[in-house]
Design a protein around this ligand. Structure first.
Ligand SMILES: Cc1cc2nc3c(=O)[nH]c(=O)nc-3n(C[C@H](O)[C@H](O)[C@H](O)COP(=O)(O)OP(=O)(O)OC[C@H]3O[C@@H](n4cnc5c(N)ncnc54)[C@H](O)[C@@H]3O)c2cc1C
Length: 167
């Protein structure tokens, strides 16, 4: 999908599969929202990425849900690398931003909410028994937010690009 703002430093752009791998392997990011009056709100969240969509789980009420109901357009940023290099006065970074539309899963769609919670259990508690029981217990008190990406971009520090070129 074409972006309104293509990356100026295009050599630093990550490929789609690199972006996907970063979303797959990290455990949190910042979900950015803007309410109906234009007031911004960035909130750190755990998440799951199934290769095509982002999933979040949260309580049944709160500021982020109120904002999403008013304005479903969101941005989610995951930092994959943040290595400060003092002697070079810089930071070697790698990050991904997903922009898209948030959908609050209907409570009637139990199967898809259950599936989303299954993703969280698989990612965050892979070797822990009792996942199905945990999912059944938490289902009544959990809201699932799904984000359908409209744009995904990834960027890394120029030093990492040069390092790869020299390999
Ligand atoms: C690494 C990490 C992972 C997390 N994962 C999840 C998750 O998977 N699901 C989940 O629901 N929550 C998660 N949280 C907590 C999350 O950041 C929010 O606190 C929570 O989701 C409530 O959001 P809300 O907008 O409903 O808060 P509300 O209680 O409605 O917020 C009220 C006010 O509290 C303040 N506030 C809320 N959260 C934070 C915060 N994290 N830091 C500073 N101020 C805050 C803000 O000023 C906000 O306006 C995570 C936090 C961290 C740091």
């Amino acid at each position: 999908m074409d972006s309104l703002y293509p990356m100026r430093r295009f050599r630093q752009k990550l490929t789609d599969s690199e972006c996907s791998a970063i979303l797959e392997s990290n455990t949190s990011g910042v979900l950015s929202l803007t309410d109906g009056s234009g007031v911004p709100y960035g909130v750190p969240m755990s998440y799951c990425w199934d290769g095509g969509r982002l999933y979040f789980h949260c309580a049944k009420e709160g500021r982020k849900l109120d904002i999403i109901r008013a304005n479903p357009l969101v941005s989610f940023c995951v930092t994959d690398m943040d290595t400060v290099v003092p002697e070079k006065f810089t930071t070697y970074f790698r990050s991904v931003i997903v922009s898209g539309r948030a959908v609050i899963a209907s409570t009637e769609n139990e199967a898809s909410r259950r599936a989303a919670l299954g993703l969280f259990c698989g990612k965050y508690s892979p070797d822990i028994p009792g996942k199905e029981k945990e999912i059944s217990n938490s289902l009544p008190r959990v809201t699932i937010i799904e984000v359908i990406p409209e744009e995904i971009s990834g960027k890394q520090a120029i030093e990492l690009v040069r390092g790869n070129e020299n390999k």
